[in-house]
Design a binder for this molecule. Structure first.
Ligand SMILES: [Zn+2]
Ligand SMILES: [Zn+2]
Length: 362
């Protein structure tokens, strides 16, 4: 038998694609609520016409009331496993309006649907949701589609987010049945997000994720592959920014054409073992890229492990098939419809972020 798969009670649990090695897990999708349309349906009358301020307030209140990730609805999620409060991240003078120091700002709960069935991970649900912020809408939102997004969070908030993600990875790896933990994110409905409230996912699995396994195999065979890749992208003008041993670049080595990477070249440990100062720098480079990409839909995946540099893959999800067949777009329009993260924009953001960092540390 060439095709590998796992069964339980006559049901398929997972199957490996014999052609590209990826594994698909099967879940009871009916348990998963898809509320995107309900909350931010662009066809919803509320989304079509500009709302009078008090109507907008009512509509926003209705959405927050229905959103399982919004503060006040904690009982609607699975058990909470971690939280960070605003007081732990923000100066008392910089507290987001309507929030207090002891309100949670980042909250980790188990995913209602384990992305990998419990049967594969020692009978425990090892899928987590990391709610990135208590705010559902942007401050000053003028419509229901003005949602909070990761790049708009302050730099130190984003660092805390990755720190919590690392803690979740450590926690999941404590389960002896878990071999690797993936950090993943979808921004925007087009990328598959089922909840509009900003969140990351952590997924513990009973094997090293095939993409990470491939990273490891290739790195073991060609230890200089990452430096080589960064050098080549630099030479081709596809790098975005570089410093501190970290490179952001557009790279053709993604699943789809509009693929960006942030690579911490010398940080070759699993995410929980990355020293804090290095994680903070990785967070800053990532945060600047996210800010430059704006609100366009993307998916993001953080890869880490012994022997491979900490890195993330980000795929712009608009026009994903634009370069199928190996026809690459010229660098000038690399980011078209993902909002151009030109080096100038990123440099500007770098200055802003440095300022934020200084304020935060000073
Ligand atoms: Zn919400
Ligand atoms: Zn990778």
């Amino acid at each position: 038998m060439t095709i590998e798969y796992g069964m339980k009670d006559g049901m398929l649990l997972w199957v490996r694609n014999p052609f590209n090695g990826t594994v698909t897990y099967f879940n009871d999708v009916h348990r998963k609520p898809h509320v995107f349309g309900l909350l931010t349906n662009p066809q919803h009358p509320a989304a079509l016409r500009p709302l009078a301020p008090h109507d907008l307030r009512d509509e926003m209140e209705r959405v927050r009331h229905a959103c399982v990730f919004c503060p006040g609805n904690e009982a609607m999620t699975m058990e909470e496993v971690m939280r960070v409060t605003y007081g732990e991240m923000y100066e008392s003078t910089a507290m987001p309006s309507g929030f207090h120091g002891d309100d949670w700002a980042i909250r980790v709960v188990r995913n209602i649907i384990p992305r990998v069935p419990e049967e594969c991970t020692g009978g425990r649900n090892e899928s987590y949701v990391i709610i990135e912020d208590g705010r559902h809408f942007l401050p000053g939102a003028t419509g229901l589609s003005d949602l909070m997004w990761s790049g708009v969070l302050p730099a130190q908030h984003y660092y805390h987010l990755l720190r919590i993600a690392a803690a979740v990875v450590r926690r999941s790896l404590d389960n002896p049945a878990v071999q690797s933990v993936l950090i993943r994110k979808h921004q925007g409905r087009e990328s598959g997000a089922s909840q509009p409230h900003i969140h990351l996912q952590a997924i513990g699995a009973d094997r090293v994720f095939p993409d990470v396994e491939r990273d490891m195999e290739v790195t073991a065979r060609h230890p200089h592959i990452w430096h080589e890749s960064v050098a080549l992208m630099r030479e081709c003008g596809l790098h975005i920014e570089e410093g501190d041993g970290i490179a952001s670049q557009w790279s053709p080595f993604g699943k789809f054409g509009r693929h960006f990477e942030v690579i911490a070249l010398e940080d070759c440990q699993p995410l929980p073992d990355i020293p804090d100062t290095r994680l903070r720098l990785f967070a800053q480079y990532t945060h600047r890229l996210l800010r430059a990409l704006g609100t366009a839909p993307y998916d993001l995946e953080i890869h880490h492990g012994e022997g491979i540099p900490l890195h993330l893959h980000l795929h712009g999800r608009r026009y994903v098939y634009a370069n199928i067949g190996g026809t690459l777009n010229a660098p000038a329009d690399v980011a078209e419809n993902v909002v151009a993260p030109t080096r100038d924009i990123v440099r500007l953001l770098a200055l802003q972020t440095a300022e934020e960092e200084q304020r935060w540390q000073g």
